[in-house]
Design a protein around this ligand. Structure first.
Ligand code: HEM
Length: 609
């Protein structure tokens, strides 16, 4: 150093001052962006491990989240410890949840981390997003708009008949078994849901209801779901696959399912050739997306390839089967343990002539069966199959939700389980009480929900594998605005046809259905009582089994149609009672879906007529 030159200490202190200045500036900017929200409470966890141990285990996670949710009024943070990744924010406050799901993709897209992990098990050969897992609108928008046609009111009318026919088949098998038989209602529900999805949407009868032994595809889907759950429990993720036999075995199952879907199922769909113009089933819409030149339809959605079609099929199988199957099982469980509710449902079926003349039951009759509707809602409230984590978003910007400032970079879980069982929102929240949905005086007026189901054709492929039935054109929507507008215009008609469900978020998948504004939700809820002693009997705005907003469940119309058809037929045909077996009070398993571990074992007895 030359004499007269500033010392090293001067450089160092200038640099340090600069750093302090930048830090203060960034804090000030963040605070401004966070607005006036109060500080996010973060539950205290273990040193280094945070809350990772509690979050790993299924039913313990639901219980813990519910306790924190009560403690922090439905908005709080959790740490996943050193190995865990970004700050985790959990929301069960309805206004905060509606606010989150109404945010655009530039602020709160689906979490790559969470949905990517689903993609890894469904499509192990490499990244291939699906409508469920894609995080950017360019990847899911055109596909969703096209698949919407498979859930039009006309399609649902036929799906209902398929579900009814399959439920009859099951009921006949049960009646043949005679009195005193103990049935695993979860296994039966999943078989039914797989067959309905196969026949009505893919033109492929898996014949799971009729099968006497194990159904390989059901087992495989269960194993792949288990593999996803196991990977979330393994702290070192995929690395474990190299050292653990069990992990390698799980990976193999994922590849077997992916191969079955890509070669057998998709191969069969493709081999049918171009779908007739009036075929709007899921299978036909996927063919149009994947190979438009062959069928002379609209141009392909960008990036849709053979892999993409297979990934799409795999996620539809996974999300289209299990939640609906478990819902049927939980409903039968609740009815078996609430004889008065079961009798009331039978009385409603008798009043409408369905009990004595089951053939008269149609989709258009559903609004005349309000108690059946109430039973389904109450089941979905108590046992939402997609509970938590199921709807997961990443924050790209700081936001204020439910009055609390949430930082950019956080991963946000919507905790539907805690919301559906919150004692401030539901009187006696743990009790199965379908009357809460029929007692009009107990219901606050709902904020208008998103528009209803999709536009489109009729009919579907049906019967045995590959036997396509006549259907009407939807013209594969290659993502152009006109097709999307057509869908929205027809949505209102479809919603009207589903009148009995008008306060459910009935969006069968309108391309960009708006969530009710968070402020309206907050105001509506504030007008209801908010203490556990005078909690409202029912809070429709806090009922979100299918999510809300542009990424809400695409198949909710089908799910409701099939669950209702199944319950009307199965409860009309046989009486359901507790079996007194261990599976009578099923243990909750909460992984990708909330399901009854080990099944739901119920005693059945033919009804005397
Ligand atoms: C009782 C049955 C069902 C329940 C409770 C349910 C629930 C849900 C929920 C909560 C979501 C949102 C997940 C998220 O935010 O990422 C979702 C998404 C989805 N569901 Fe369902 N679902 C059911 C049945 C079905 C059926 C039968 C199908 C199709 C045949 C289906 C297809 C889908 C698809 C494709 C998505 C992704 C939509 C998107 O992100 O754009 N679901 N479901």
């Amino acid at each position: 150093m030359l004499p007269g030159e500033p010392g090293l200490w001067l450089y160092a202190s200038t640099a340090a001052l600069g750093l302090v200045f930048i830090w203060l500036l960034s804090k000030a900017t963040t605070r401004r962006a966070l607005g006036k929200g109060k500080q996010l409470p973060v539950a205290s966890g273990l040193p280094l491990l945070g809350h990772s141990l509690t979050l790993r285990s299924g039913d313990r996670r639901l219980t813990a989240l519910r306790a924190w949710s009560t403690q922090y009024d439905g908005v709080f943070g959790l740490s996943r410890g050193l190995l865990g990744g970004p700050l985790l924010v959990v929301l069960s406050d309805p206004a905060a949840v509606h606010g989150l799901l109404a945010l655009g993709e530039d602020v709160a897209p689906k979490s790559k981390r969470f949905y990517g992990s689903i993609e890894e098990v469904l499509h192990p050969s490499g990244p291939a997003p699906s409508c469920l897992t894609a995080t950017a609108a360019a990847a899911w928008g055109p596909v969703r708009r096209s698949l919407l046609h498979a859930f039009s009111a006309e399609e649902l009318r036929e799906d209902f008949l398929v579900a009814k026919a399959k439920a009859y088949r099951l009921a006949a098998l049960l009646q043949d078994l005679g009195p005193g038989v103990i049935l695993d209602a979860d296994d039966a529900g999943c078989r039914l849901a797989l067959d309905v999805l196969g026949v009505s949407k893919l033109g492929y009868d898996f014949e799971a209801v009729e099968a006497t032994g194990e159904v390989l595809l059901l087992r495989l889907l269960g194993e792949v779901r288990q593999e996803w759950e196991a990977r979330r429990r393994r702290p070192l993720g995929p690395l474990t696959g190299w050292v653990s036999d069990r992990a390698a075995e799980g990976g193999l199952r994922c590849r077997i399912l992916a191969d079955f879907v890509a070669q057998e199922l998709w191969g069969d769909i493709e081999a049918r050739g171009p779908p007739p113009p009036d075929d709007t089933t899921l299978a036909a819409q996927l063919v149009r997306l994947w190979s438009p030149p062959a069928v002379g339809a609209a141009s392909a959605a960008p990036g849709v390839t053979h892999d993409r079609a297979a990934a799409e099929l795999a996620s539809l199988l996974m999300y289209g089967m299990e939640p609906a199957g478990h819902c049927i099982a939980w409903a039968l469980h609740c009815l078996a343990h609430n004889r008065a509710a079961q009798d009331k449902l039978v009385a409603e079926l008798k009043r409408e002539g369905v009990y004595d003349n089951p053939a008269s039951l149609t989709y258009d009759m559903l609004p005349r069966l309000p108690y059946l509707d109430a039973v389904v809602r109450e089941t979905l409230r108590l046992y939402p199959p997609c509970a938590c984590p199921a709807t997961v978003r990443s924050l790209r910007k700081p936001v204020v939700l439910g009055g609390t400032a949430l930082p950019s970079g956080a991963e946000v879980w919507v905790d539907v389980w805690s919301m559906h069982r919150c004692p401030r929102l539901w009187r006696d929240p743990d009790r199965f009480n379908p009357e809460r949905w029929t007692d009009a005086s107990a219901r606050p007026s709902p904020v208008p929900g998103p528009a209803g189901a999709a536009a489109g054709g009729k009919g579907k492929a049906g019967g045995k594998k590959g036997a396509a039935r006549g259907v009407k054109a939807a013209g594969g929507d290659g993502g152009d605005g006109n097709a999307a507008a057509a869908v929205d215009a027809d949505a209102a008609a479809a919603a009207a046809a589903f009148d009995g469900l008008s306060t459910l978020p009935t969006d069968g998948g309108s391309a960009a259905s708006a969530a009710p504004p968070a402020a309206a939700v907050a105001a509506a809820l504030a007008s209801a009582a908010t203490t556990s002693t005078d909690a409202p009997l029912c809070s429709p705005l806090a009922f979100l089994p299918f999510g809300v907003g542009p990424r809400c469940c695409l198949g909710q119309g089908l799910a409701l149609a099939e669950v209702k058809a199944a319950l009307a037929v199965l409860v009309g045909a046989v009486a359901w009672e507790p079996s007194g077996e261990p599976g009578d009070e099923p243990r909750l398993a909460a992984g990708l879906f909330v399901r009854p571990e080990g099944g739901v074992h119920l005693l059945i007895a033919p009804r005397k007529r």
